[in-house]
Write a protein that binds this ligand. Structure first.
Ligand SMILES: [Zn+2]
Length: 182
């Protein structure tokens, strides 16, 4: 369910309001104090399910935790920071074709400036500059000198293609497979 290096999963169906907030068991253990502080802040949960539920695998052990929207909202920034720390501890850093990106910039001869902003229309994730954003919400998957940049959205797994033409950039998005309509 969680890809290597991924510990936070926020799934949202494109055409409904259904959404789901999950963190891996490893992150749950790593940032137990953040979860406790969030739960303490929210107080008793009066609705079902509670603010924090373990998701057990076939072996009866928790492999993930499901968070209520309230808990998610209360601690999401801390969770993202903890996820980044955990990822760097695990030594999992996404390999990005940065050499190709450099070539892409070297060959840039369009009449407008390159804009490093990336937006995911599926989950609403956005960044002013994917290269320097501390949360690194988009991973560069492909860059070519013809003007194409391909990003993966860390939040929802969508693929965003930025096609740079002579006078403008056109972005196309493909939602993650599990969110695509059957
Ligand atoms: Zn997204």
């Amino acid at each position: 369910m969680f890809k290597p290096g991924q510990h936070v999963l926020h799934m949202r169906e494109a055409n409904t309001s259904y959404e789901c907030f999950l963190i891996s068991a490893a992150l749950g253990q790593y940032c137990a104090d953040i979860l406790q502080a969030g739960l303490f802040e929210l107080g008793e949960c009066k609705t079902m399910p509670s603010h924090l539920s373990a998701v057990n695998g076939a072996d009866g052990k928790a492999f993930a935790y499901m968070l209520s929207r309230e808990l998610w909202n209360a601690i999401r920034t801390d969770l993202k920071i903890a996820e980044a720390q955990l990822r760097s501890k695990e030594g999992v850093v996404a390999k990005e074709p940065l050499d190709d990106f450099k070539k892409f910039l070297d060959f840039w001869d369009f009449s407008y400036e390159y804009d490093p902003a990336v937006v995911c229309p599926v989950c609403g994730s956005e960044t002013e500059d994917w290269r320097t954003d501390p949360f690194h919400p988009f991973t560069l998957a492909n860059a070519n000198i013809g003007g194409l940049l391909v990003f993966h959205c860390k939040e929802c797994g969508a693929t965003i293609r930025q096609k740079h033409f002579k006078d403008k950039m056109v972005a196309e998005v493909t939602p993650a497979p599990e969110l695509r309509k059957p």
